[in-house]
Write a protein that binds this ligand. Structure first.
Ligand SMILES: Cc1ncc(COP(=O)(O)O)c(C=O)c1O
Length: 379
C-alpha cells in the first residue's frame, strides 16, 4: 500500500480534470491571439473559463489574470504594487511562503522599500494589534500588506475579512496568498474587498504550472514580464489553454461540495490528532489545531525524541507513507523550515507535516499510524 499524505505540496488531478484538459489538447491547438477560426475558438475557451472562475469566486472576469501558478502571481502582486502603485513599505510576516518572502526580499534590494514584519502570537497567528500599530505608526507611507490566508506548513488561518477591514481603514493595499485555501473554502472576493489574491490550480486537484492573480479592477498595474498583449497586456506569453481549462474544471469540482469535503477531511484530521494524542506520549502539534482557526487539510506533528527520529520521514517513505518534513534534521536541509523557526518551534525533534485531501481515507490514516508505531518501536 502507498499512502499519499502530502497534499499541501501538490494534489493528484481528478479524472474529470484530465479529461477536460485532454479534450482541449487534442482539439483546440489554435493560438488564442490568431484571428482565424482556430484562434477564435481557443480564445473563446479561455474567456469562458475566466468567466466561470470569476463567478465561482465572485469577482469580475477582467480581474482574473492567468499566470504560471502561485509563485508568479505572488511576485506580480508584490512587485507591481511597488513599481506601479507607489508602494514604499511592505508589511508581512516571517512565515509567508518563499514566493512572497523572497519576492519581498527582491523588492527591498531592487526598489529599497521599507519592510515591517508583524509579530506572531504564541501559537503562530498574526498579531492583529501589532498590524494596527505598524499601520498607525506609518500613516505617511504607501503600504502593501501581504499575509497568507492559510500557512502551508502549520495550517494557521488568517481572519482575512478582519485584515481587509483594517487595511481599508488605513488605506493600505492588501494581498493575500490563498494558494492553500482556494478550492478548500468558499472564497467570495467581493465580500472580502481585497486588492490582490493568489491562486494555484495544483493545490486542489488541478494541473501544475497554472494559476491566477486576482487584481481589483480599480488598480492600474503594468506587466511584470514584457511581451505580447495577452491577458489585456498584463501578462505576455501564449496562454496555457489546457491548463486554464484544468484550473476551471478543478475549481468547479472543488466548489461543488466544499462543506462536505471539509467535514470529511476535518474528521480525518481530528481522528489522527486523537490517535496521536492517546497513543504517543508527549506528542505535540505546531500551530493552532482548533478547527475554527486551522486549515483542515494540514496537520504538523512534533514527535517526542526517539533514537531514529532523524530518519522518520525517510522511513515513512520506505514504509509507503509520503509526507513532508519541517525541522532541519527531518528535511535533510541545513536551513530547516523558516516557518518553524519563525514560530520558535522545537526543531530538535522530528516535525512532520501530514496533509490530506478529499480523497484521503480513514484506512490510510490507520496505515500511517501503524507505520509510525513500527518506526518508533524500532528504537
Ligand atoms: C502558500 C503557497 N504559496 C505559493 C505557492 C507556490 O505555488 P506554485 O507551486 O503554483 O508556484 C505554494 C506552493 O507550495 C504555497 O503553498
Amino acid at each position: 500500500m502507498n499512502v499519499y499524505l502530502d497534499n499541501a505540496a501538490t494534489t493528484p488531478m481528478t479524472s474529470e480534470v484530465v479529461d477536460a484538459m485532454t479534450t482541449v489538447l487534442r482539439s483546440n491547438f489554435g493560438n488564442p491571439s490568431s484571428i482565424h477560426s482556430f484562434g477564435r475558438e481557443a480564445k473563446a475557451i479561455i474567456e469562458n473559463a475566466r468567466r466561470s472562475i470569476a463567478k465561482l469566486v465572485n469577482c469580475v472576469a477582467k480581474e482574473i489574470i492567468f499566470t504560471s501558478g502561485g509563485t508568479e502571481a505572488d511576485n506580480m502582486a508584490i512587485l507591481c504594487s511597488i513599481k506601479d502603485l507607489g508602494v514604499n513599505h511592505v508589511i508581512t510576516t516571517s512565515i509567508e511562503h518563499h514566493a512572497v518572502g523572497h519576492a519581498v526580499d527582491a523588492a527591498i534590494e531592487k526598489y529599497g522599500v521599507k519592510l515591517s514584519k508583524v509579530k506572531l502570537t504564541e501559537n503562530g497567528h498574526v498579531d492583529l494589534d501589532d498590524l494596527v500599530a505598524i499601520l498607525e505608526a506609518n500613516r505617511a507611507d504607501k503600504i502593501l500588506v501581504s499575509l497568507m490566508h492559510a500557512n502551508n506548513e502549520v495550517g494557521n488561518l488568517l481572519p482575512i475579512k478582519k485584515v481587509s477591514e483594517i487595511c481599508r481603514k488605513y488605506e493600505a493595499y492588501f494581498h493575500s496568498d490563498t494558494v492553500q485555501t482556494m478550492g478548500h473554502y468558499a472564497i467570495d472576493i467581493a465580500a472580502l474587498d481585497i486588492d490582490f489574491l493568489t491562486c494555484s490550480a495544483h493545490k486542489f486537484h488541478g494541473p501544475k504550472g497554472v494559476g491566477f492573480l486576482y487584481v481589483n479592477k480599480n488598480l492600474k498595474i503594468n506587466p511584470l514580464i514584457e511581451g505580447g498583449a495577452q491577458e489585456r497586456g498584463l501578462r505576455g506569453g501564449t496562454e496555457n489553454i489546457s491548463g486554464i481549462v484544468g484550473l476551471k474544471t478543478a475549481l468547479e469540482l472543488a466548489n461543488e461540495e466544499t462543506a462536505s469535503h471539509q467535514a470529511h477531511v476535518q474528521g480525518l484530521k481530528t481522528y489522527m490528532i486523537e490517535r496521536l494524542r492517546s497513543e504517543i506520549e508527549d506528542v505535540r502539534f505546531h500551530g493552532d489545531i482548533d478547527p475554527a482557526h486551522s486549515l483542515y487539510t494540514v496537520l504538523n506533528v512534533c514527535f517526542p525524541n526517539f533514537k531514529k527520529q532523524e530518519m522518520l520521514l525517510f522511513m515513512l517513505d520506505l514504509e509507503g507513507v509520503a509526507c513532508s518534513g519541517g525541522s532541519a534534521c527531518t528535511a535533510g536541509a541545513n536551513m530547516g523550515s523558516h516557518v518553524l523557526r519563525g514560530l520558535n518551534a522545537d526543531t530538535s525533534r522530528s516535525n512532520v507535516r501530514f496533509s490530506f485531501s478529499r480523497f484521503t481515507t480513514k484506512e490510510e490514516i490507520d496505515f500511517a499510524m501503524e507505520k509510525i508505531h513500527k518506526i518508533m518501536k524500532e528504537d
